[in-house]
Ligand binder design. Structure first.
Ligand SMILES: [Zn+2]
Length: 426
């Protein structure tokens, strides 16, 4: 592996030729964006440093379809100054000041693109290329009650764990302190990876290959730790093999047909029920995958699903809570429709709006969006959340986001922008 010696990074600005590095960034971003185990929808981001410039993904761009115009050119001197500021103590004022400072740090504001809210993280990470992903396996640890202990026990010399703090300015400040503490403790200039609790991972390297190697290394290590932890837990349980999330008990042919018929009816009924704003066209998509069926078939499935959201992506794309709706095997026609309407109505009373995710045991999952891409994003992000929750459970228990954090993300203008931007017609 390349040495971790830091090359001096001059912070003087001025024009630089960014075409070559942008082409490299686009290739790196798309390769991770095309892998659903690495990141989904508008999640994750990449960057490269070039003298005083930070080329970072624009907010709301999807890594899978990113082009050179989807990067924003930021002034690193301005980002450094931002980190030294003491922003207002109130959350709302602090985030407004943070947003303004990020926008003011653009070399070319005329493009109108906003930089990723995680830009300051990219600035802070040593190394020219930085990759930030919401990888499923990492998040199984990052969303597990035992994740920090396991990572500390096995990888403390190489990995920094950043606990749950407000994203944006506070997260950047916390990362800065954690990186300094890591260097003081290990004598190393940079960790191989940074795990952000209930969020994802950040790696860096002087070349894209070096950054990639860090991702591969971390996934390998975490995979091995998980395998040992799960084997140990099952050996302790002794009461026979526990049902695996990816291997639910197979339904009989009759059950399968019944499930398909009900799925089609429920999908029609929900489509009729969810009417978006004028001009929109509601879309409900069905997911009968083994991952989702596995959750629905588990004894603790309901408790797992309703425990709360596990990541900001889940809050942004799926709403914080799904609707869990039991449907009798003989429920069909108008009776089924009335039952669904009552469930959706009750959800709306409790949560102030329609659900994005409806889970029906024995049938599957339905996700709703004002457009097809929005409904699909909810489906993929929730399916990933199921993998995260079941994996975190195997590792010692799920660590859900609390109401305070949830409220912050739900009301955070920067996240609302990210989501809106992703679904805007190109
Ligand atoms: Zn992120």
């Amino acid at each position: 592996m390349a040495s971790s010696a830091q090359r001096p990074e001059p912070l003087d600005g001025g024009p630089v030729d960014t075409r070559g590095v942008l082409a490299t960034l686009v290739a790196l971003s798309r390769s991770y964006g095309s892998d659903p185990e690495m990141t989904l929808a508008g999640g994750g981001n990449t960057s490269a440093k070039l003298d005083g410039h930070l080329l970072v993904k624009a907010s709301g761009a999807a890594l899978s379809q990113i082009g050179p115009d989807d990067f924003v050119d930021l002034d690193r001197t301005a980002l450094k100054a931002l980190l030294e500021r003491d922003l207002a103590p109130s959350r709302a004022e602090r985030e407004a000041a943070f947003k303004d400072a990020l926008l003011a740090a653009r070399w070319t504001p005329a493009t109108g693109r906003r930089p990723s809210v995680e830009s300051v993280l990219h600035h802070l990470m040593p190394g020219r290329f930085v990759v930030h992903l919401h990888a499923t396996v990492v998040n199984q640890f990052a969303c597990s009650r035992d994740g920090r202990r396991l990572v500390g026990q096995h990888l403390a010399q190489d990995v920094v764990w950043v606990g749950l703090v407000d994203p944006g300015f506070i997260l950047a400040k916390t990362l800065q302190a954690e990186l300094r503490a890591f260097t003081a403790k290990t004598g190393k200039q940079r960790p191989r990876a940074v795990i952000l609790q209930n969020h994802g991972v950040v790696v860096s390297g002087e070349t894209p290959e070096e950054a990639r190697a860090q991702v591969d290394w971390l996934l390998g290590e975490l995979g091995a730790i998980k395998e040992r932890a799960v084997r140990g837990a099952h050996a302790r349980a002794r009461s026979g093999p526990s049902p695996r999330p990816d291997e639910p008990p197979g339904p009989s042919q009759v059950e399968e047909r019944r499930g398909k018929e009900q799925a089609a009816q429920i999908r029609r009924a929900l489509t009729a029920m969810f009417t978006p704003g004028a001009g929109g066209h509601p879309e409900v998509v069905f997911d009968g995958s083994h991952v989702v069926a596995g959750l629905l078939a588990r004894d603790e499935g309901r408790r797992l699903a309703l425990g709360g959201p596990v990541t900001p992506d889940q809050i942004v794309y799926c709403r914080s809570f799904p609707l869990w709706l039991e449907v009798g095997p003989r429920d069909t026609g108008p009776a089924l429709e009335r039952h669904l309407a009552a469930g959706v109505h009750q959800y709306a009373q409790e949560h102030g709006g329609a659900p994005k995710v409806v889970l029906v045991p024995g049938v599957g999952m339905f996700t709703w969006g004002a457009t097809r891409p929005e409904a699909d994003a909810a489906r993929l992000v929730y399916r990933d959340a199921v993998k995260i929750m079941t994996g975190a459970l195997d590792l010692g228990g799920v660590s859900y986001l609390d109401d305070d954090f949830r409220g912050f993300i739900e009301n955070w203008e920067l996240e609302a922008y990210r989501r809106k931007r992703l679904f805007e017609p190109a």
